[in-house]
Each structure stands twice: as C-alpha cells, then as structure tokens.
Design a protein. Structure first.
Length: 309
C-alpha cells in the first residue's frame, strides 16, 4: 500500500465501524476501513435479529451486516483486508501496522475492533452456532419461547441473563463448574427465587449434540467425572468476552480487561484517536448501541479534522 494519508482510518468492520464509515464517506472524507474479515462483525453469525429498529419482521444478522456494508460501499468507503497489529503516531499522523507487512496512514483513527465471546471450544459448539448456540441472551432470547434452554456460566452476566431468559423459556438450566456463583448476591437471590431455573453445580459442558437441530448437551460432573446427558433446545454460552484490543497497547489506555477507555466524545487518551462499539468500556453491548457509538465517534473525529484544517 502506498504512503497515502487518509482522513479517517477505521479499524474493524462491525456495526460501529460501518456506521462511522457511512458517515465519513458520505461527508466525502477519504475513508479507509481496515478489517480482517468481511465487514459485518459478530452480527453476521446471528441467525435472526428482532430488536434492531426498522425491521419489524426480523432480519438475519448476515443480511443486516451486508446491508450496512453495501451502504458504506455506496458512499465510497475504501476497504483494506488486513489485521492491525500496532498503532503509533508520527508527526501527528496515525500509523497502523498490519500483518500484511504494510502500513496505513491517517489523520484520525476510529477503533471499532469489537470483542469476541469466550468460547468453550467443545464438540458441536461451532456446528450449532446460530442454530441453537448463542452468546447473547438479549439478542436471541425471544427465539426460544416455551423452549428448554441451558445457560453456561456463573458470573453476573450468566446469572442475570438466566433470569431474563425465563421470560421466554419454559425452563432454564444454568451450568456452573463450581459450587457457588461469582455473581453478586442480589442477582443470585433473584435466580434462586425463580422456579423456572434449575442449577447444576460442579458441572461442565463437554459436548453439544443434535441432528438438523440442537437436541442436548453432555454434562460432566467435576467431582466424580460422571458424564450424563441433558435434553435442551438451546445453549447460551455466557462465560465472558475478550476485547479485540491487543494491538493498542501501550499506545491507548485500557482497563484491566483490555477494554478501551473513552470519554463522552468517544475520545481515547491520544488526541485524534477515537473508539466505538464493543471494544470500549461500557455496560450494554448491542448492535443499536454500537451504531450509536460509531456515529458519535465520527462526529468528534470530524470536528478534529476541522480543527486541523
């Protein structure tokens, strides 16, 4: 790639990055998106999206992500398929080093690299992804009305979402590898009071099985090693997320878990570098919030460019 200085470089191709790209390219800024895979982000793995405004009949994650990309492409956003490995600054120009032995130069950068759900890495997990396996209760809970489902995890998210899922499911099994939850006491209280929830202590999920549809899981007792099966229609794996932010350190400030700190303007600790979406420190990670973050990050990146001019 030639040493061309773009106005805005966007790292990541999910809803936050695509939204920033739509705004930026539409405003006729020289915009480049650097993304490892086809634009769309994690939403491309979601079978059905029912809670994104404007689609009352629901839309597949693949279609929604593709439409976002088509819109950015329509306005002339450039795209470069590579993985950013480092971000630096030279004479006020931001420099992105990629795994393609190339560098991308820009006046301002929006980091929208997202986060990845932690996986169990067990048999059947990938096979039934989007077909019964989910990493987001808020996204997919409504798809399991009157079904029997499993939640894996023991932290705040797992316990809170297990209770949330009882709004739809007829029964929720929560699987935890220890004999007590890590979740806050008030969340645990709500869970234990809910008659739709059954807790399986000292257990791990060894396999997810089925045919054309998910049919159940294999459970292993961590105390005696005994393996049993449990029938279910869906499995929500809620054991945490990992931000895709390894390339920002030590240039950009993050919290202890690697999520990027931003202020009200979506600005990082480095002037001219903004962040948006699941990679930032926030409480609620959804497509709608990512889109809002991306628009907000663009707004302040544009103001930064105007000040430079």
């Amino acid at each position: 790639m030639q040493k061309k200085i773009h106005d805005i470089a966007i790292i990541g191709g999910g809803p936050a990055g695509l939204t920033a790209g739509i705004y930026s390219a539409r405003a006729m800024y020289e915009t480049i998106m650097v993304t490892e895979g086809f634009p769309g982000g994690q939403i491309m793995q979601t079978d059905i999206v029912e809670n994104y405004p404007g689609f009352p009949e629901a839309i597949s994650g693949l279609d929604l992500g593709s439409k976002m990309y088509e819109q950015a492409d329509h306005f002339g956003m450039n795209i470069y398929y590579a993985n950013v490995t480092r971000i630096e600054q030279e004479n006020n120009i931001k420099v992105l080093t990629t795994d393609m032995d190339t560098k991308v130069y820009a006046k301002t950068v929006i980091i929208a690299s997202g986060a990845s759900a932690k996986k169990l890495s067990i048999k059947g997990e990938e096979l039934f992804l989007g077909k019964g396996v989910s990493y987001c209760a808020t996204c997919d809970g409504a798809l399991f009305k009157e079904k029997e489902i499993v939640v894996v995890g023991g932290g705040d998210t797992a316990v809170e979402d297990a209770v949330f899922l009882t709004k739809f499911a007829r029964k929720v099994h929560i699987i935890h590898r220890r004999d007590e939850f890590r979740a806050s006491k008030i969340l645990q209280m709500k869970l234990f009071e809910n008659k739709k929830i059954e807790v399986h202590w000292n257990a791990t999920v060894e396999e997810i099985f089925g045919g054309e549809v998910l049919k159940g899981i294999a459970l292993k007792n961590t105390l005696n090693g005994e393996v049993s099966s449990l029938s279910c229609d869906g499995v929500f794996i809620l054991v945490g997320t990992t931000p895709n932010s390894g390339f920002v350190k030590p240039f950009i400030k993050t919290d202890d878990n690697g999520y990027i700190w931003v202020d009200y303007h979506m600005a990082t600790n480095i002037t001219g570098v903004y962040a948006a979406g699941d990679v930032i420190v926030k409480d609620f990670r959804q497509v709608a919030t990512a889109v809002g973050d991306g628009a907000n990050a663009y707004f302040w990146a544009e103001r930064y460019l105007e000040e430079l001019e």
